[in-house]
Write a protein that binds this ligand. Structure first.
Ligand code: NAP
Length: 255
């Protein structure tokens, strides 16, 4: 007998769902029965993700949305469009939209630092706040918010001063949200991937990537699906007593 679906008919929002880890998360959530709102600034990527998702039992359809997570107006419009389309706020939200603009501390420009913080940290704040408000206003208890941090936010990394700072911020934001939202039954957790093979890591010089792969105790880069499996667990009732946690998905990497 097939295992029961863990997220049957649950509406899930995934930002950054048009590529890499976000796309893998959309796929795993849909495989578990969730209805997925796939949001990304890359609208073509989001639409492609939707085309690849398994259809839910209810026959209702997943949908792609354009969003710039660093803009409060854009996030507000996204939430309004999701409400109009599905008549309910998302009960699961995975904030996966993110960028890198790597540079050493001594060379990092103010503009690049600001941009990375705006997308990775402010974007996660805006989406977390909007989803939490929607859930609280709906009056129905429960919900699972999952934010994408990085192991780099915990231990730092050469050439990633803005990225590491943004991801450390995401961890602090998520732990605070967990404390504030627990009384509404909303859980918030942060996932800290190590080096996962995606278009983001494709931008790194092959030599650097090879060096990192060699440092991973499990001996390889991670697969986006391996991060997605953890997100499904955190989204589901199986993790009902877990909130405010940082879950490392690194193959044992400790930089
Ligand atoms: P990815 O393939 O580049 O996907 C990120 C997606 O976010 C892209 O579709 C990107 O669109 C979108 N995005 C960027 N800025 C946005 C904005 N302002 N509003 C909405 N969407 C935006 O990267 P990934 O590797 O899957 O990374 C996903 C998340 O995991 C990120 O938060 C990343 O920091 C985190 N992470 C990744 C790794 C790794 O090794 N890959 C490790 C640790 C953490 P564009 O393509 O148009 O930029």
């Amino acid at each position: 007998m097939a295992a029961p679906l863990r997220l049957r008919a649950t509406l899930a929002l995934v930002t950054g769902g048009g590529s890499g880890i976000g796309r893998a998360i959309c796929t795993r959530l849909a495989e578990e029965g969730a209805l997925v709102a796939v949001a990304d600034q890359n609208e073509a990527g989001a639409a492609e993700t939707v085309r690849g998702l398994p259809r839910g039992e209810s026959g209702r359809e997943h949908e792609a949305f354009g969003v710039d997570v660093s803009s409060a107006q854009s996030v507000g419009e996204l939430m309004a469009r999701i409400q109009a389309r599905f008549s309910t706020p998302p009960r699961v939200c995975v904030s996966c939209a993110g960028i890198t603009m790597d540079e050493f501390l001594l060379k990092q420009t103010e503009a690049a630092f600001d941009k990375v913080l705006q997308v990775n940290l402010k974007g996660t704040f805006l989406v977390t706040q909007a989803v939490a408000r929607g859930l609280v206003e709906s009056g129905a208890p429960g919900g699972s918010i999952i934010n994408m941090g990085s192991i780099v936010g915990k231990v730092g990394n050469l050439g990633q001063v803005s990225y590491a700072a943004s991801k450390a911020g995401v961890e602090g934001l998520t732990k605070t949200a967990a404390k504030e939202l627990a009384r509404f039954g909303i859980r918030c957790n942060v996932v800290l991937p190590g080096f996962i093979a995606t278009p983001m890591t494709d931008k790194m010089p092959p030599k650097v990537l090879q060096k990192f792969a060699g440092m991973v105790p499990l001996g390889r880069l991670g697969d986006p699906k391996e991060v997605a499996d953890v997100c499904v667990f955190l989204a589901s009732e199986e993790s009902r007593y877990i909130t405010g946690a940082s879950v490392e998905v690194t193959g044992g990497l400790f930089l």
